[in-house]
Every structure is written in structure tokens, then in C-alpha cells.
Design a protein around this ligand. Sequence first.
Ligand code: APR
Length: 259
Amino acid sequence: MEELVEKAARLVANARKILVFTGAGLSTESGIPDFRSPGGLWSRYNPQDFYFQRIISSDKSREKYWVMSTEFYDAMKDATPNRAHIALKEMEEMGKILAIVTQNIDSLHQKAGSSPEKIIEIHGTAFSVSCLSCGKKYEREEIQSRLLAGEKVPSCDACKGILKPDTISFGQSMPESKMESSFRYSRECDLCIVLGSSLVVYPAASIPMQAVENGARLIIVNREPTPMDSVADVVIHGALGKTLTALMEQLRRISSGPQ
Ligand code: APR
């Protein structure tokens, strides 16, 4: 592990335009469950129930969706960034971060102090809700209060339309401009770092894949193996908080002058 962290730190030290790609594994140490680990969200709910077409098809399916969303938001709303998020903020302060493309909807990169203009939330955010008919926006906290007060399927108080958090569900179209920027950064970056993603969901996972195809080096830190391990320069199967803390210590040592 030690030599892998050292090798990763050297790649970071030599990089100037890093594209960081993050997944739910980055936030588990902040108390937010991921999706595909044992005990993750998809071990307790069936993701088939949450396809966009299913959600908009009936009140019954929306009721099921809001039960899952109430639990997930409750874990997110007061969560605080962990050491891995803080490490990324420090990497940005060293002038190395081109962009952070995150699949996460928990706003922890923003809460950690990473610059909002460098963060691309390709799966949206859990902190706002929109009416799918008239577009009226709501704070997620307001909808959470209505749900906790017993409202099973909140609808728009302006037009009675369907309300949905501003997240991207399976089957829902991805935000075009965010995907365009992400692919542009995947072409510009000299190093891509994947943190806490199983890399099984597309089109998100094609972003780090594109970076490698464009000649960028690749570092993966993930507890479990991923389908991209074979094309990575460094793969570390370890806990993100501990690993990134160790990497930053090495990086500071390397960057502080000739060894
Ligand atoms: N340290 C290192 N790795 C971790 C940690 C940790 N503390 N906690 C979890 N992991 C790893 C898991 O082993 C897993 O491989 O993080 C990965 C998380 O994978 P997923 O749960 O599949 O999450 P993600 O890759 O972000 O899922 C992508 O799928 O359901 C959709 O929209 C949802 O954005 C999500 C997308």
C-alpha cells in the first residue's frame, strides 16, 4: 500500500490539470450509504422501482420513491465532509484541480470548500426539488417537512404537477451542458483520479474512460475492484479517508523540494 500511495503522490506532483471523478464511496465515511456495497441503498431498495418512467407513471410508484428519498436525504442533510473531501480541497489550493466531476448529490464537495465553479454534479443535487410541469423550485428541506408530516406524494402547490428532486434517475436524460464540460475536461486533463465509484453506471463512467483514451494517466482509489482497474496506472483498494490523507502527506513531502 505504502509504495502505491507514493507512486500515486508522484503522479499528482507531476500533474497540473487533474480531473477528479467521484462516486458514493467518497461519502460513506461521512455517514451516507453508497449504492452497491453490502448494506448500500440498492441492497435495501430495488433500483428498478426508481426508473424515471416508473416514477412518473403512478402515485403508487412515487410513494415508494419518496420513502427511499426521505431516508437518503435524512442521511445527507446534516452530513459533513470527511478527510477525503478535505484532501481534494487542498489539492485545489495547490493549483492542480481542473474539475471535480461528481456522481454524488450530497453537496459535500461544496461543503468541504472546493470551488463551486470546479464542481460538476452530473447526477444533480438532492437539495432542491422541481415541479416537472411548471418548473417551480422548492428547497428539499420544505418537502422533507411535508413528507415527515405525513404527506405521502407531495405535489406542486402551484399547479398540482409531479414533484421530483433535482437528481438524475435511471432513464432520465443527463444534463447536456454538464456532460459536454465533463468530456471537454476529460480531453484536457493530464491525470484522472477516480475516487469511490464502482464505475458501472453509464454514461458517467465513460468520462474517466475518455480521459484514459485521450492519454491521461489514471489513479483509482476504491475499496472494491472496478472494471477500469486494468487500464489504471495506480490502483489502491483501500479506505478513501486514510488513503487520501496518506497521499497528501507524501505529496507535501515531494512538493517541499528535492529528496
Ligand atoms: N473507501 C473506499 N471505497 C469505498 C468506501 C470507502 N470508505 N465506501 C465505499 N467504497 C466503494 C465501494 O466498494 C464501491 O465500489 O465505493 C464504490 C461505490 O460504488 P456505488 O455504490 O456503485 O456508487 P457509485 O459508483 O457512485 O454509483 C454510481 O449509480 O445508483 C446510481 O445514481 C447513482 O450516482 C450513482 C451511480
